[in-house]
Each structure stands twice: as C-alpha cells, then as structure tokens.
Design a protein around this ligand. Sequence first.
Ligand code: ZN
Ligand code: ZN
Length: 330
Amino acid sequence: MELRAPTTVTSSSRTARLLTSVALWFDSGAVPVVPGEGAGTGRRIDWLRVLPFIGIHAGCAGVLLVGFSWTALGTAMFLYALRMFAITGFYHRYFSHRAFQASRAMQFLFALIGASSAQRGPLWWASHHRHHHVHSDTPGDPHSARQHGFWWSHLGWFLAQRSFAIRQERVQDLARFPELRFLDRFDLLVPFALGALLFGAGAALARLAPGLQTSGGQLLVWGFFVSTTVLYHATFFINSLSHRFGTRRYATRDESRNNLWLSLLTFGEGWHNNHHHFPGAARQGFFWWEIDVTHLGLRALAALGLIRDLKQVPAHILSARLVAGGGRRA
Ligand SMILES: [Zn+2]
Ligand SMILES: [Zn+2]
C-alpha cells in the first residue's frame, strides 16, 4: 500500500493536468496563466493543449476523401484573402499599432473576422506583437529567428506554455472592451463557427446547386482546414523569414528586412524593415512600387467611411533613406 500511494497521487494529478489542457481548448481563461520571461525558461510544449492546432493541419489530409472542385478552391482562396487582410489590416495595423480609427461596432467586426483565422484573440495577438517591437531581436523577443532559430520563430514560440497568456500590461487600451476579452477567452468559438458554416453551406449547395459539384465535407476541408493552414504559414513567415532575408532601407536596431515575395504573400507585411522603422503607419510599403495590398484595402474602407484617420508616413522618414550596407543584406 505504501508503494501504491504515490502512484495514485501521480496518476490523479496527471489526469487533472490532462483535463485542464482539454478545458483550455474551450476556455483559455479556465486557469490563470502568467507569461514567462527570458529566453531559456518555459519552452515546454503541452501537446494536448495544442492538439486543435495540429488537428487543423491534419484536416488537410481530408482532401483525399472529399476530392476537388473549383467551388471549393475558390472558397479556400477567398477565405485566405479575407483573413489575411484581417490579420494584417486589423490584428496587426489596427489592434497592435492603432494605425487608424474605427467605431466600436467596426472594431468588433474586425476582431471577429481576425478571430476566424484561428490565431487566438486580438488581445493575445496584439500583446505579443507589441512585445516583439519593444524587444526585437534581443533575448526578450518572443520569436526572434536570430536568437532562437527558424522553427522557434516560425511556430515553436506560440506553442510553448509560457506564450499562452496575454501580456496584459501591453494591451490595457484594448482590455477595456468586454467583447474583445470574450473573443480572447473563447478563442476556438469563431473558428468552430466558420467550420460549421462552411459544412452547412456545402451541404446546402450539394442539394440546391449540384452543378457546383461540392459538398459539406469538401467546403469544410478546403475552406477551413486547407485555407487556414496556408494562412498560418504565410503569417508565420513574417516572424521566421522577414528578419533574415531581404534588403534594409533603414538602419533599425533590429534585423528587419524588406522582401517583395513575402509582401505579395502577406498583402504588404513583407516591407518589414519599413515597418520596424515607423510602426505606426497604416501603410508598410512606403513607395508606390512597394506593393501593399492591405493599404489599398484600408484606403477603400476609408473612402467608404467605414474607418478614418489613416496614419501617414512623415515626409522626413520617406526622404531619409538610411541604407545600411548598400541596402543589401550584409
Ligand atoms: Zn519584426
Ligand atoms: Zn508591427
């Protein structure tokens, strides 16, 4: 009996830990968590906790079962474009940098579309991103490729237990909105609703418009699993590649680069050296030849009166082209 007692305690505490991990899928506030500090601590990954993230990747294999249709591919591409715009235009430029103004209703809509990307809530996203700007490429940077290598900067950092908490001190301006806190706390809700909507729409189209040759399962797999997975890695490339590959116009104190290919993939986020030099602007391509699709989209929203006060790049920044090492990566 004496030998069994510790085993019982261990297994019950392990069960409690597993249940807690599962509870955190549905309610990220189920247990209080504190963000870790320093580069070397708390890098452990709770694999059960991150199972939904792995599951979204695994769901892509469903293409072998549901087949292909142009309707499904078009849906996947549309949802990639809409949600990439939401990540760069709303999660990044609006929530993280306050690069323009919007009404509270529009702000909620932005958060809702952004949350459908399954990249957690707007407070979580903005708090870690603001932290990145403060500590870029130093040991305190949560996802510096220079400090921690490719895989950590690409996806290891946000799978680690220490990164699940919101850095509350960095987003007090956003935390006063209960509707945003709700989306952060129940961050699986909107992606799940999108998946259910796609399944329902596909099932309805299969009956009402058989000529489109789609089905519930097919729209779910292509529109959610495939589209979200491609969107994930395009977004993550900004963390893993845009501080390593490209040119430097401005001699910032970090390693940020400007990269056309990343900009095309992410609708303008690849002008990362520009962005680190002047993060507050609504545009990241500072010149007409630096294609920034998100900025064009934001200008269209402003022309429609849906947003206002897009912050511009000051003239002295545009004229001061402080090229380090001839503009090429040293
Ligand atoms: Zn950066
Ligand atoms: Zn930024």
